[in-house]
Design a protein around this ligand. Structure first.
Ligand code: NAD
Ligand code: AKB
Length: 314
C-alpha cells in the first residue's frame, strides 16, 4: 500500500542514498520519491533533480513544485575528504542543513531525517559503551559540523516544533557501491580486494576497533525511526545506534574463513588519527527502548552476505 507522502532525498547519488531511495520507492511509490544531488545517479528508475544544497532558492522551488512533505537530507562531505577543505565542508554540511530547517520552520515540509555520525565523538568521550548523552569534542571539521547540526535539530524542534529525527550512524558496510571520503571505508574496500586480489593494504592499524553497521540494518533503522510515533521520539539531537564493532584484523580473520588465501597488511595514514579520536562500542539503549531498535547482522553474517553479493557483481 502506498502512502500519500512526497519525499525529497538530498545527496541521493551517494553510498546510502542509492539504497535508501530504492527502499523508500518500494514503500511510497516510485514517483513519490525525488532524488537530488550535484551528481547524477548511475541508474535511477524515478524522478531526479540536480540540486546543490547550497542553493537555498532552488531547494525551496523544488519543495514547492513537487509538494514535498519529507526530506531525507543525506548531502554532506565526509570525515576524510572534509579535512582537505574545512571551509567548504562546514558550508555544505551546516549551511545546507539550515536551509532545510528553515523550510520546516515555515511549515513547507512536515518531517526531516538528518544523518549524524560517530564522528561527533572525540577523545573526551568514553570509548567503550559510549552513552547517549556524553562528553563530545570532535576533532574533524566533519564531526564538528555534524555535532552542530545535531544541536540545530534540537533547537528547531524545541523552539519551532520541527519534526526532525536523526541517527548517529556507525560506519556503513554495503556491497552496492565503493564509498570514498570516509574513515570507515576500509570495511567495504577490503571485500572488493579480497575477491579480486586476495590481498588488501589497510589504511588503519590492525587493532583499530570502530562501530559499524550493515546497510540493511542502517536502512531499516532509518525508516523505523521516521515511521515511529512522534511522541516516542525523546531524543531530538540524534540517537546513538549500534550494529557491530570490530577491528581490521577481526574482519580480515572472518574473510579468511571464506577465502583462505586472503592476506592483509597495514599502512596507517592520516585516517588513523581520525579513527583513534572516535569510540569503539556504542550504548544505544534509548533507541532500543523508545522506538524498539534491534540490529540483525553480526560480523559473520555481514561477511557472508557481502561475499555472496559481490561474487555476483565483480
Ligand atoms: P556519500 O559521500 O556517498 O554521499 C554524499 C552525497 O552528497 C554525494 O552523492 C555527493 O555528491 C552529495 N553532495 C556533496 N555535496 C553536495 C552539495 N553541495 N549539494 C548536493 N549534494 C552534495 O555519503 P554517504 O555515505 O551516502 O552518507 C550520506 C549521509 O550519511 C551523510 O550525511 C553522512 O554524513 C552520513 N553518514 C554516513 C556514514 C557512512 O558510513 N556512509 C556514516 C555516518 C553518517
Ligand atoms: C566516515 O568515515 O566519515 C563516515 C562516518 C562514520 O561518518 N563513514
Amino acid at each position: 500500500m502506498t502512502k500519500r507522502e512526497r519525499i525529497l532525498v538530498t545527496g541521493a547519488s551517494g553510498q546510502i542514498g542509492t539504497v535508501l531511495v530504492q527502499e523508500l520507492r518500494s514503500i511510497y511509490g516510485i514517483d513519490q520519491v525525488i532524488e537530488s544531488d550535484i551528481k547524477h545517479p548511475g541508474n535511477s528508475d524515478g524522478p531526479f533533480v540536480g540540486l546543490d544544497i547550497l542553493n537555498a532558492q532552488r531547494l525551496g522551488e523544488i519543495v514547492d513544485d513537487f509538494e514535498i512533505t519529507q526530506i531525507y537530507h543525506l548531502a554532506a562531505i565526509l570525515s576524510a575528504s572534509g579535512e582537505w577543505n574545512p571551509m567548504k565542508t562546514w558550508n555544505v554540511n551546516l549551511n545546507g542543513y539550515l536551509s532545510i530547517l528553515e523550510l520546516a520552520k515555515e511549515k513547507r515540509i512536515d518531517k526531516i531525517f538528518y544523518p549524524s555520525t560517530i564522528a561527533v565523538f572525540g577523545k573526551t568521550t568514553p570509548r567503550q559503551n559510549t552513552p547517549q548523552h556524553t562528553a563530545m569534542l570532535p576533532e574533524t571539521i566533519y564531526g564538528i559540523s555534524k555535532q552542530s547540526g545535531e544541536l540545530l535539530s534540537n533547537y528547531y524542534n524545541q523552539k519551532y516544533g520541527v519534526d526532525v529525527r536523526s541517527l548517529r550512524y556507525p560506519g556503513i558496510i554495503g556491497y552496492q557501491s565503493i564509498p570514498s571520503g570516509g574513515t570507515t571505508d576500509y570495511a567495504v574496500e577490503i571485500f572488493h580486494y579480497a575477491l579480486k586480489e586476495q590481498k588488501y593494504t589497510c589504511f588503519l592499524a590492525a587493532d583499530t576497533t570502530l562501530p559499524m553497521i550493515y546497510m540493511p540494518d542502517a536502512i531499516r533503522a532509518t525508516i523505523e525511526l521516521m515511521e515511529a510515533p512522534s511522541d516516542s521520539i525523546q531524543v531530538r539531537t540524534s540517537y546513538n545506534l549500534s550494529g557491530v564493532s570490530f577491528s581490521p584484523e577481526e574482519i580480515a580473520a572472518e574473510i579468511t574463513k571464506h577465502i583462505p588465501e586472503f592476506t592483509i597488511d597495514y599502512e596507517p595514514d592520516f585516517r588513523q588519527k581520525i579513527a583513534e579520536s572516535w569510540t569503539a562500542t556504542i550504548d544505544d539503549t534509548m533507541a532500543r527502548e523508545q522506538w524498539k531498535w534491534k540490529e540483525e547482522y553480526d560480523l559473520a553474517r555481514i561477511t557472508e552476505d557481502m561475499l555472496v553479493h559481490l561474487r555476483g557483481i565483480l
